[in-house]
Design a protein around this ligand. Structure first.
Ligand SMILES: [Zn+2]
Length: 280
């Protein structure tokens, strides 16, 4: 099983990342450590270099383009820094290790619009950083891990201007089937997290039904598994720090919704992730 989007290099794992990684490797897993800024990119590479079957995806998350305080439920809070995408810095990092398999997470984030800025200004800056990372991914022949929150229409508009198929995954996919079809048409994959295991929200049950409709409809060759740990622990572990091995809960839910066996979901999503990230 492959966790295509884990943040084991984050502070939440600072005391036990080695044992968390070993626990996953003992279960035969493959991990893709996805980064959000310069330091977490360097740390992801260091961990990937240390272990077989651990890979790194490096890049700049849109939330780190502005200095702002972010309070993420269950994953802790952090102060983001205003980092500009430094093309040469990231290019050197890619060249420093054969374990770098992707660029990201990059994308659009309109959920956290920092105080003192407006949406248009934020979007312009995020778009520019995203296109720079797209360029690096093309130059280095790497996949992209794309973050989109409250900005699917804007992301689809950007992707439509690029040559297709686009070798990328929309990570932690939580939008509807209409948006999903746009991404699928352009060749992208959809990454599912523990969010698909959550019960419907009492005040807005439609949201979860709409997400499960996506799980049901997504073609078997376009879905990948992820945890986004330490965030988004699946329902069975809700409230705990998420860890990559919990990705089995996501696979279970996909098996249930798509009426497949667990082994089949494991096999398909592993093949998909290997193809997407060009893993051996
Ligand atoms: Zn993430």
């Amino acid at each position: 099983m492959i966790d295509t989007h884990a943040h084991v290099q984050f502070k939440a794992f600072k005391d036990d990342f080695d044992s968390v990684i070993k626990k996953c490797l003992d279960r035969g897993m493959i991990l893709n450590l996805v980064s959000t800024q310069q330091n977490t990119s360097a740390d992801a590479i260091a961990m990937a270099e240390k272990y077989d079957n651990v890979y790194a995806t490096i890049g700049l998350h849109p939330v780190h383009l502005h200095r702002t305080f972010v309070d993420e439920k269950e994953g802790g809070e952090f102060m983001s820094r205003a980092e500009l995408f430094d093309y040469e810095y990231y290019k050197k990092l890619v060249q420093s290790s054969k374990k770098v398999v992707g660029i990201g997470e990059c994308g659009l984030e309109l959920f956290h619009v920092p105080e003192g800025t407006n949406e248009e200004e934020v979007l312009t800056k995020q778009k520019e950083a995203f296109l720079q990372q797209y360029k690096l991914a093309q130059e280095m022949n790497l996949a992209m891990s794309i973050h989109v929150r409250d900005a699917h229409d804007q992301m689809i508009e950007i992707l439509k201007t690029l040559p297709h198929p686009i070798r990328a995954v929309i990570h932690c996919y939580t939008s509807n089937w209409t948006h999903a079809q746009e991404y699928l048409k352009m060749g992208l994959y959809l990454g599912f997290t523990g969010v698909i295991t959550f019960p419907p929200n009492k005040t807005n049950p439609e949201r979860q039904n709409s997400l499960l409709e996506v799980v049901k409809n997504v073609p078997l060759d376009r879905m990948v598994l992820e945890t986004d740990c330490p965030y988004l622990a699946p329902q069975a572990y809700r409230g705990q720090r998420a860890e990559p091995w919990m990705v089995v809960e996501v696979a279970k839910k996909i098996a249930e919704v798509k009426n497949l066996g667990m082994e089949e979901v494991d096999k398909l999503t592993t093949e998909n992730a290997k193809k997407l990230f060009n893993l051996p």
